[in-house]
Structure formats: structure tokens, C-alpha cells
Design a protein around this ligand. Structure first.
Ligand SMILES: Cc1ncc(COP(=O)(O)O)c(C=O)c1O
Length: 428
């Protein structure tokens, strides 16, 4: 298809009429579809249904002899720590095992720094007037909301294919009010990029004015490959080791969970931290709770006893997800390629496809889809304060709907992307 930019006014008007005809066709279908939800589909969840059977069959005693039904073992079962240590290329003593939400652990970690300060903080973060936080964009809206809620000014940093723009980050961290940065290093939400080793090293070694600067390293998608892309995972180094090597051993908190491995919100989550950070965190968490749900930890480790079993399990997830991603990409390609009405790339893992519409049209696209009964994540959601300065990025979530629903929803989306692009060109 010809680029819209190269079309004459007459050609654009003809295209507009064609697209409007299709819109009328969609209206008549009375659609009610949802592409907003980055969550596992029911058949993915079903894969873990038998997880709890082992408890009544094999009992509640963990490897080290502790009774998981009772208090004790506050930082998590040793076999669970070992599994996560293997996945995240670290040591079991660096792991704390929490309950069903890593976002909860991230929120609490920031709150601890707000109220009590980090072990190397001159003062608690709540007392730092004008505190700021770096947000690679586009990014995960819930991350941004956590730091917004805690009174940080959110500073957007462009995310490139290999991670945040480090020239900009290195400049920004010269400001002592900049206290941290969000990261999703493996399959960024929503772009699906994987950080390069060089970016990881620069983050670990950069000179920050704040002595208690923290990297929040949310490894939510560390084993969520769509193509068993071992090479990608292999290329992501252990950030704790890099920080230690660079002489900044306390710079990072890493997080992960089984929300998109077993059950979302009913899985297990971890904090990975060095000795000093862990000591500070555990001291306070030990007052907050006597310990997390170890019965659930035991059920998980029996279902996924080692990395090999975890990989097999994740490849079954990938078998369900891959056709949904590929169908979405095929429709985008078939409908939009050549028109220059949008750009996107093929992610090799994670949960999203990130589409960039003609600047100034993303909100209009989402509104048009909504009118036709197809819900997409609000435009702007992937930016701090919900404001995309280019009004261009839209996060598409193909995991939850059926292939049949994706087929229709993405066609509607593509038509609305094209119509909005044509309208924009005709308006100038
Ligand atoms: C990057 C990222 N981190 C964290 C979460 C939420 O994780 P949890 O369920 O462990 O709180 C999500 C969910 O979509 C996510 O995309």
C-alpha cells in the first residue's frame, strides 16, 4: 500500500471514504471486545490447576523439615530461594520470598525508604524536598503511579531498543534530588525490548549525586520468552553483581513474581538485594509480618522444582501466547504496512505489542475503537502522569482474548489507526 504521506488529497479522500465504510460495517456488528488486559488467559491458568494437589498427597513439610502451615522461616523456603537464585543468576541468600504481588513488594520497598530511609540515606526520602524519579518511557503505568503517589516528580527518559537512553540518564543523576529509576530489563512493558549488557553496566557504574540512589529492576518477564529465546535471557547479566563490581553494591533492588507463570495475584514474588539492603528490609518487614504464605511457596516448588521444569512450563505458556501475538502482528502488517500510519516491532517475549500511531492521533484511535465496542489501553497510560507528549503510543495486549476476538479487535484497531492518520493529513 502507498504511504499516506505521498497520497494526493483526492486519494486521501477516497481512502477515508473506504475506511468509513468499514467503520459502518463494524458498527453493525455491535462488538464488545477488550484488548486492555495484560493478563494470562484461562487456558494458561489451567496449566497450574493441580499445583495444590501435592499438599494433601505429600504433606506440608518443606525440604529443610519446616512445617509450612506454621510460623517460621520468615524470608522464604530455601528451595524456593534456590529456584529464583538460579533463574535470576544470583545467590539464595540474596532472595526474600513474598506473597502474590511483586508490585506490592516494590511499593513497600519505596515506602520503607520514604519512612525510614535506606541504610545509606542521609535522611528518609519523605524528607527530601523536590525528590525525583526517572521513568523510562513508554513504561508500566503502575510503576509510575507508585512513585507519583510517594510525591516524586516523574522524569521521563526515552527508552531505546537496548534500554533507557543512558547519555540522558547519566546527566540526570548528577542531580542529588534524583533518587531512583524504574526498569523492566527483559521484555520492557510495553515495547518488549531487552536491555543490552552495556546499558546494564552503565546503570550499575554511573556516578550518582544521591548516595542512596536505587535502581528498581523489575524482572517481571525474565522467563517469558515467546520463542524460547535463551540467547536474549542469556545476554541479560545479573545486575547485583554488576553493581558490586562497579563499587555500588547497594544500588539495586530486583523483583520478580510468578504472576504470569502460575496464578496472577495468587503466586509468589521475590525481592533480590545485597546483604546491606536485605538486612535493612528484613529488619522492617520482620516487624510488619511474621512471614509470607509458605504453603503456597511449597505448592509452587513442587510444581516447578527446578529451572528445567520451569522452562518446560514457560514453553507451554509460549505455545498459547505465540499464535495470539503472531495473529496481531499479521493483521497490523496486512492492514497498515506501507501506509506509514503506524510503526511497531515484533517482541520476542513479554505480554505486549507497542504501536506508535501518527503523532497526535493515539487518543483519537482509542476513542474511535471504544465507540465501536473495542477497548484498548487509554492512550498516554504508558507515560508519567498519563501524558504522552506525542500522543502516539498505544499498548496492545493480546494475551487474554481468544484468537477469534483478536482477529476482529485488531482489524477494528488497524482501521481506526488508518482513519485517524488520514484525517490528520487532511486537516493540515
Ligand atoms: C512490568 C510489570 N511488573 C509487575 C507487574 C505486576 O506483577 P505482580 O502481579 O507480581 O504484582 C506487571 C503486571 O502486568 C508488569 O507488567
Amino acid at each position: 500500500m502507498k504511504s499516506y504521506k505521498q497520497m494526493s488529497k483526492e486519494e486521501l479522500l477516497a481512502e477515508k471514504a473506504e475506511l468509513e465504510k468499514r467503520v459502518e460495517g463494524f458498527k453493525a456488528m455491535n462488538l464488545s471486545l477488550n484488548m486492555t488486559r495484560g493478563k494470562p488467559a484461562p487456558d494458561q491458568l489451567d496449566m497450574s490447576n493441580t499445583m495444590y494437589d501435592t499438599l494433601s498427597k505429600d504433606g506440608f513439610i518443606s525440604e529443610d523439615g519446616s512445617d509450612t502451615r506454621n510460623y517460621g522461616v520468615a524470608t522464604g523456603l530455601s528451595e524456593v530461594k534456590k529456584l529464583f537464585a538460579d533463574v535470576l543468576k544470583t545467590s539464595p541468600e540474596n532472595i526474600y520470598v513474598g506473597n502474590g504481588s511483586s508490585l506490592n513488594l516494590m511499593f513497600d520497598s519505596i515506602m520503607r525508604a520514604m519512612v525510614f530511609g535506606e541504610h545509606d540515606s542521609p535522611k528518609p526520602w519523605s524528607q527530601v524536598e523536590g525528590r525525583k524519579w526517572l521513568c523510562p518511557v513508554p513504561g508500566y503505568d503502575r510503576h509510575f503511579k507508585v512513585t507519583e503517589q510517594c510525591g516524586f516528580e516523574l522524569i521521563a527518559v526515552p527508552l531505546k531498543e537496548d534500554g533507557p537512553d543512558m547519555d540522558i540518564v547519566e546527566e540526570l543523576v548528577k542531580d542529588p534530588l534524583v533518587l531512583g529509576i524504574w526498569n523492566v530489563p527483559c521484555y520492557t512493558n510495553p515495547d518488549g525490548y531487552v536491555y543490552s549488557e552495556e546499558v546494564c553496566r552503565r546503570l550499575a557504574s554511573m556516578k550518582t549525586a544521591a548516595p542512596d540512589f536505587r535502581i528498581y529492576w523489575d524482572n517481571a518477564y525474565v522467563v517469558h520468552h515467546l520463542y524460547n529465546e535463551e540467547s536474549k535471557q542469556g545476554s541479560l547479566p545479573d545486575i547485583l553483581s554488576l553493581c558490586k563490581e562497579a563499587g555500588n553494591p547497594s544500588r539495586v533492588y530486583e523483583f520478580a513474581s510468578t504472576s504470569k507463570i502460575t496464578f496472577a495475584s495468587a503466586g509468589i514474588s521475590v525481592i533480590v538485594a545485597n546483604e546491606e539492603n536485605m538486612k535493612q528490609a528484613v529488619k522492617i518487614m520482620g516487624i510488619q509480618t511474621i512471614g509470607a504464605n509458605k504453603v503456597n511457596q511449597l505448592a509452587h516448588i513442587r510444581k516447578l522444582p527446578n529451572v528445567e521444569e520451569l522452562k518446560k512450563h514457560m514453553s507451554r505458556h509460549a505455545d498459547i501466547l505465540r499464535p495470539k501475538f503472531e495473529l496481531t502482528l499479521d493483521i497490523l502488517e496486512k492492514e497498515i504496512a506501507g501506509t506509514e500510519a503506524a510503526t511497531w516491532h515484533k517482541p520476542l517475549g513479554g505480554y505486549f505489542i507497542s504501536v506508535y500511531t501518527v503523532p497526535g492521533t493515539a487518543k483519537a484511535v482509542v476513542a474511535k475503537c471504544k465507540e465501536l465496542g473495542v477497548a484498548f489501553t487509554p492512550a498516554g497510560a504508558t507515560y508519567p502522569y498519563g501524558i504522552d507528549p506525542d500522543d502516539s503510543n498505544i499498548r496492545v495486549a493480546p494475551s487474554f482474548p481468544s484468537l477469534e476476538d483478536i482477529n476482529k479487535a485488531v482489524e477494528v484497531f488497524a482501521v481506526c489507526v488508518k482513519l485517524s492518520a488520514v484525517e490528520k493529513l487532511l486537516s493540515v
